[in-house]
Design a protein around this ligand. Structure first.
Ligand code: TTJ
Length: 642
């Protein structure tokens, strides 16, 4: 190549690069999902995942993540350092390729599993394109190599700016997300903490340090788990009573699929199965989860027969029975993962099914031989679960025609007259008196009212037969029309919106969480499909010159007062409960679709791993954490993103 050709090719490459990164800036959502807080945090995972790859390859032991004072982020590792020599094809240093060419992940010279990039897997160049500026320092051969970019543009050629220890190598990246692209530019320590803790659990022995140096909120934590996912299970079962001491753990590689499974039962009734593919959470499971279920059900049924816990005439226990109160982490590493389903969150590779099944079957069989007392406890719990399930089914069959059919809607329900579910909504109201006002206030055609007496059952502390026997819960099931648990059918839902309307106090918040726990456990799609809302009654009424103003927070009260004037003409009333409002006030402030505030209950994929724990904390024996939580309301909002 003559000098001239080289120059031409360099120019051609530059143009391509700029077009590539410009496309990212034009349609950021396509590359990182969103430009909200979620996308902002995603940038950090994209960078960190490159360093995690290096750890998985066996060359990096520590990753240091820092939130800087200006909300820029620094990620530092002690890996081999991104190569700085000229990449033949692009004619620029490899490190520059990584940051400026779209889809050039950190992959040089194969081997290992492609983990980089989390859900979207887009890599460092996308982070660069979406940053106001980004600086990279690579320590290699005793030198510090440095380059700076602004909105993806190279500012100057890669250059040596100093020296480092001859035997130290590593990569350091600092970037400031572009405030013209992101709606939110302030990092939340808690969000990064959860994800990085999870990454550390999934990468045995990797040490991740997270530091916040912003004024007034300085904090530093280290996540380092020698036990990997085994410790993850212990962490998730914390605050619950374990059925036996050991966490069962196994690992193996079959047909190129590396499998790790860790599990332990607690004395609760809900299943908590979390699955990951190449460190990425798969909320919808897939073949790896199918393999786990098969292995668990078959192995334990075989064991129960062998030990005569199951008599010859008795039918096999179901998978569900064995998974009652079971916390499981399944982590597979696979070269070419295929994601399926609407949201691409479900693993499709069939070799993963076989790999998980065979690794778990072999190890669990051996474990049960060695630990017969644990095997016995597991089987006995499943037998009880099976009995409860059968009792619930019988109750359901005998009462299906009456109690659970639309023809016999609960007496307390004031149903709406419109039969098109899309137009209808149901208010679940705390207490008979508020229920009465709501019935008077409502639009009959489209708004149904179901008053509930007292607190509903805590379904984390009861088996399905007891849940089905609870009157308040039965009323809801019947009114919704969907059935429950395995029978749940969202297409039968009789209302588009299910609105929980409780007092704005500690008891009301408790009822909210009991209700959400019930929905989450037995009617999850109601939440994931966005049908569940919390009504927001006002906290204050301000009357002045026959005009009424409503404030939904203390801040809002202050705002209103400064607008209308702070003098003795104002009459300020603090509402203690819904019952203090008459029908027209309730309508105006909380029920009128044109003026009310509703909060939609959502579950963020990123926080789903801690949802079960959130409910456990809320519903647990210990009163203190619940009170703190409900009063502060912080974690609730974070995890459920209401
Ligand atoms: C690839 O194979 C040759 C030796 O270097 C390997 C590599 O690129 N390692 C690597 C990349 N370690 N750390 C990174 C990395 C770290 C951060 C913080 C950000 C990025 C984009 C890459």
């Amino acid at each position: 190549m003559s000098n001239n050709d080289a120059a031409n090719q360099y120019d051609a490459n530059q143009i391509q690069i700029l077009e590539g990164l410009e496309a990212v800036r034009k349609r950021p959502g396509m590359y990182i999902g969103s430009t909200s807080s979620r996308g902002l945090h995603h940038l950090v995972y994209e960078i960190v995942d490159n360093a995690v790859d290096e750890a998985l390859a066996g060359f990096c032991s520590t990753i240091d993540v820092q939130i800087n004072k200006d909300n820029s982020i620094t990620v530092k590792d002690n890996g081999r350092g991104i190569p700085v020599d000229i990449n033949e094809k692009a004619g620029i240093p490899a490190v520059e390729v990584v940051f400026t060419i779209l889809h050039a992940g950190g992959k040089f010279g194969g081997g290992g599993y492609k983990v980089s990039g989390g859900l979207h897997g887009v890599g460092a160049s996308v982070v660069n394109a979406l940053s106001n500026w980004l600086e990279v320092k690579v320590c290699r051969d005793g030198k510090i190599h440095y380059q700076r970019y602004e909105r993806g543009h190279v500012m100057a050629p890669l250059k040596v700016i100093g020296e480092c220890d001859a035997d130290f190598t590593g990569t350091e990246v600092t970037f400031l997300p572009d405030d013209t692209i992101f709606e939110e530019t302030v990092y939340e320590y808690k969000i990064l903490e959860q994800r990085l803790r999870e990454t550390a659990f999934l990468t045995k022995n990797l040490k991740i340090i997270l530091r916040d140096v912003r004024e007034g909120q300085e904090v530093e934590k280290t996540f380092h788990y020698e036990g990997g996912i085994k410790e993850f299970v212990t962490y998730l079962n914390k605050g619950k009573k374990q059925l036996y001491d050991s966490v069962i753990y196994c690992e193996g590689t079959v047909n190129g699929v590396n499998v790790e499974v860790a599990l332990q039962h607690n004395d609760g009734f809900t299943e908590n199965t979390l699955s990951f593919v190449n460190n990425i959470n798969t909320p919808e499971g897939g073949t790896q989860v199918e393999g786990f279920k098969r292995a668990l059900t078959k192995t334990l049924n075989l064991y129960a027969r062998e030990k005569k816990i199951l008599k010859e005439k008795e039918e096999n226990l179901s998978g569900e029975d064995f998974r009652e109160g079971l916390t499981t982490i399944i982590s597979v590493k696979i070269e070419d993962p295929q994601f399926e389903g609407q949201t691409k969150q479900k693993l499709g590779n069939s070799e993963a099914r076989n790999a998980v099944e065979s690794v778990l079957t072999e190890n669990l069989t051996y474990f049960l031989e060695q630990n017969p007392s644990v095997g016995k406890v597991m089987c006995e719990k499943a037998v009880l679960a099976c009995r409860a399930r059968n009792a619930a089914r019988k109750a359901r069959e005998t009462t299906r025609k009456d109690a659970l059919s639309v023809s016999s809607l609960p007496g307390k329900l004031a149903d709406c007259s419109d039969k098109d579910p899309k137009k209808c909504e149901i208010f679940i109201v705390e207490g008979d008196s508020a229920g009465g006002s709501a019935k008077k206030a409502r639009v009959r055609a489209t708004q149904a009212i179901l008053p509930l007496r007292g607190k509903i059952l805590n379904v984390q502390k009861a088996r399905i037969d007891k849940v089905m026997g609870n009157e308040e819960i039965r009323s809801m099931i019947t009114a919704f029309g969907t059935g429950i648990g395995q029978d749940f059918d969202i297409s039968k839902l009789r209302y588009d919106k299910i609105i929980i309307m409780t007092d704005a106090d500690v008891d009301g918040a408790h009822i909210d969480t009991l209700m959400l726990t019930f929905f989450y456990t037995y009617m999850r799609e109601l939440i994931t499909d966005g049908h569940v809302y919390l009504a927001m009654p006002p906290l204050y009424q301000v009357s002045r010159n026959k005009k009424n103003y409503y404030a939904y927070s203390d801040d809002e009260l202050n705002q209103i007062l400064s607008e209308i004037g702070r003098d003795n003409q104002n009459k300020i009333q603090r509402y203690k409960g819904l019952g203090e409002m008459d029908a027209s006030q309730l309508w105006e402030t909380t029920m009128d679709p044109n003026t009310r505030i509703l909060k939609q209950v959502k579950i963020d994929d990123e926080t789903i791993t801690e949802i079960d724990q959130t409910f456990t904390t809320l519903m647990g024996e210990e009163v203190e954490p619940r009170r703190n939580f409900i009063e502060a309301n912080a974690k609730f909002v974070k995890n459920l993103d209401i």
